[in-house]
Design a protein around this ligand. Structure first.
Ligand code: HEM
Length: 143
């Protein structure tokens, strides 16, 4: 029994990975994880939206917006790896991509408020796209 437990213990350690055991989430990662939580709920909800649940949806929109605004004030880890002369442009690009996300999120709130579900679904797709672009350009390789 004890050896089974030891094997399990080491298997878990391997899964977690030596790089992750001692590494705390950066403040930006924390905001991003918050964004993931509310966006995941919204994505799921917009597959079969219900008029009566609007207040709940708007709550998630507010959470996503708040976390995105916080994230916009922070710097990606990758910034350090960008040559000094290109850093300001890199950060400007990051902030403007985050601003796009915030704008789309505000728009999402408006169309949900108005019960325009087809438009809401379209905006979920656009947010997905901005997320993909943001991660391709601004997230460090090992993430
Ligand atoms: C709804 C949209 C988004 C969601 C749900 C989201 C979610 C996440 C999650 C869950 C992580 C952590 C993943 C990991 O463990 O590495 C992450 C990391 C990251 N995301 Fe996003 N993201 C979104 C949009 C964006 C956008 C638009 C940008 C850039 C403008 C961006 C830039 C980053 C960066 C730079 C990291 C790495 C953290 C760091 O460098 O400290 N994300 N994102």
């Amino acid at each position: 029994m004890r050896s089974v437990l030891s094997i399990l213990f080491f298997a878990v350690l391997l899964l977690v990975g030596p790089g992750n055991v001692l590494r705390a989430d950066s403040p930006l990662e924390k905001q991003m994880n918050q964004m993931r939580r509310s966006f995941k709920e919204l994505k799921k909800a917009m597959e079969a939206p219900v008029e009566a649940d609007k207040p709940k949806y708007l709550g998630w929109v507010a959470d996503l917006k708040k976390a995105s605004e916080e994230a916009k004030t922070m710097e990606p880890e990758k910034t350090e790896k960008v040559p000094a002369g290109e850093r300001e442009a890199f950060l400007e690009g990051y902030r403007s991509k985050m601003a796009e996300l915030i704008e789309l999120t505000e728009e999402l709130g408006k169309v949900i408020e108005a019960g325009k579900w087809t438009e809401a679904k379209g905006l979920i797709g656009q947010i997905n796209q901005v997320q993909r672009e943001g991660h391709q350009k601004y997230r460090a390789e090992e993430n």
